[in-house]
Design a protein around this ligand. Sequence first.
Ligand code: NAD
Length: 472
Amino acid sequence: VDVRNPRTGAIDYSFDPPSRDELAGVCARLRSAQPAWEASGAPARAAALLAWRDSMLRHRDELVGALVRDTGRFFESALEVDAIRGTLERWARNGPDALAEEPARAAAIPIVSVRQAMQPYALAGVISPWNFPLLLSLIDAIPALVSGCAVVVKPSEIAPRFIEPLARTIAEVPELARVLAFVAGAGETGRDIVDLVDLVCFTGSVPTGRAVGEQAARRFIPAFLELGGKDAAIVTASADIERATSAILWGSTANAGQSCLSIERVYVEQPVHDAFVERLAQKARALRLAVPEPQSGEIGPIIAEKQVAIIERHLSDAARRGAKALTGGEMETHDGGAYCPATVLTGADHSMLVMTEETFGPVIPVMRARDADHAVELANDSTYGLSGAVFAGTTDEAIAIARRVRAGGISINDAALTALVYDGEKNSFNLSGLGGSRMGPASLRRFARRQAFLIAESSAPDPWWYPSLQEH
Ligand code: NAD
């Protein structure tokens, strides 16, 4: 598989994906090590995660360097590694308590008590996309490991360079290396993984997620699908415009808009619309493309070649239908890399692709809303429902609006907080995904089957046994 460099456009990396037999061998090895990992107990598994954190810190520069080559951007690559450090520490701290078995409790029938236990799936598969290659490969793998599963991860073929340095960090923690493997591969390897595991966590596009979900359903294994988004921000007349413009600019353009949880459309109440747009455009003009060096500016290249054509199509469709670009508006090429400057569009409406389909670029279309009801109606007019944002004069006012928005994680007077805050449990709406929450304590529940032990508390015969047989 040849891999393109997003900063130069050149093919400068390649790898051989495993054959199906080789992959089956990897999965068999992981499966045979899983019972000991499970039996070692949650505190021992937490200790292994902290040892892995230390190993990652020792290799931090190599990891960040590989991610910069994979994605062409600098700040977000460092952020990914630091976020994973936080995730490892959080699960090492919270995992053992969250997994501790509760004492038996009385059942509705007093002569029986109930004890709950969890039995982890033996082998979890993780399939991840290219936009946050490390973060999205580990966000589900870590709680799966904490739960006692073995895990096989297949990152995207578009950004696989980080696998080599990451594999070195895993090798330094032998107990982890027995139950965690990364394989480089493309779609075919992804399909093979779904056939070989007991549970799959998939992050990626809706069409691939649908295929993974169908394949998993045929095998009767759970599939947790984290798919695309078209996140809306709502700004009411009472909102702090200074704050809203800064937060939305960041939420739309960080990682050059290549985040599932990017703000991709904004609805602003009529009285503040013009002031909002003017201030947003002013701030957007100050953002620079990250050329010639990754550290030179804020907006890195578009990582996946396929995405460049999508962004171009959305921009030209919006222009043709009457939207006006106050900043940006056209793709640029620098040294072979494709860049989209921060783009603020006004006069957007729902006839435009840029308001209805996932753009995955630093493009902020803004639309006038008559009032909050109209803004909610527009926000909900979407096939997606991943996350969103509401800006209003008070937290209560914002939450009252957010309750009516059909999306899982809604930032209140802020934007895209689900990129950084993993504590809140949330589900996807519509086509943005399916399955339990990847965030918060519920995240762990995905990786184990619940068992109930129903315990007889007395040696006397149960009253519902055949009374006629009691005398015999
Ligand atoms: P994609 O669906 O093209 O690929 C995702 C992964 O699936 C890759 O590893 C790919 O090799 C693999 N794959 C491809 N075909 C497969 C198949 N038939 N069976 C199994 N695996 C297969 O997505 P992408 O272009 O890499 O990522 C961008 C998409 O991911 C966007 O839609 C974005 O919104 C979404 N995303 C969602 C979240 C979230 O948390 N909801 C986070 C980040 C990205």
